[in-house]
Design a protein. Structure first.
Length: 64
């Protein structure tokens, strides 16, 4: 109950608005500072995949 869902939801909306406003202002050219695609949120069930698939795996025994 710490507001994690609200936090990422508001952040994604803000980033999408910034992207849209700047694209409209600049006309969608190469001079856009906020050069990032719009945010698309996809919620997944962390129990449906392994920990390695979710966070990645690190094998410290293998040579560099």
């Amino acid at each position: 109950m710490s507001g994690k869902t609200t936090c990422w939801s508001i952040l994604s909306e803000a980033l999408n608005r910034l992207h849209k406003e700047e694209k409209e202002e600049k006309g969608g050219g190469d001079n856009i500072k906020f050069n990032q695609p719009p945010i698309k949120v996809e919620v997944l069930n962390p129990k449906s995949i392994s920990v390695e698939e979710l966070y990645g795996a690190f094998d410290d025994q293998s040579p560099p």
